[in-house]
Design a protein. Structure first.
Length: 86
């Protein structure tokens, strides 16, 4: 599924692209986007951690995981977390 090594995957980036949509991106240690996904949701059902659950499932598909306690805010609607081999 992935065309990069575990050593190259550095972080997952979670950004609100528009109302009801989060963009999920695996970014390499050199800053290159290596995988992209989208999480669509009904804003009436947004519980504040829904995007983290979606991001965990997304990176899991590439064989990675991240620690929810390590998620850092990077602007009002952007977050990132370091990745570990799943």
């Amino acid at each position: 599924m992935s065309d990069f090594t575990a050593d190259q995957a550095a972080v997952v980036r979670i950004e609100r692209a528009e109302e009801g949509r989060w963009d999920l991106t695996i970014v390499s240690d050199s800053g290159v986007p290596m995988g992209h996904g989208v999480h669509l949701f009904d804003r009436t059902q947004d519980d504040g951690v829904d995007e983290l659950t979606a991001a965990a499932a997304f990176v899991g598909g590439y064989g990675f995981r991240f620690d929810g306690d390590a998620v850092q805010q990077d602007g009002p609607d952007a977050f990132w977390a370091p990745l570990f081999r799943g």
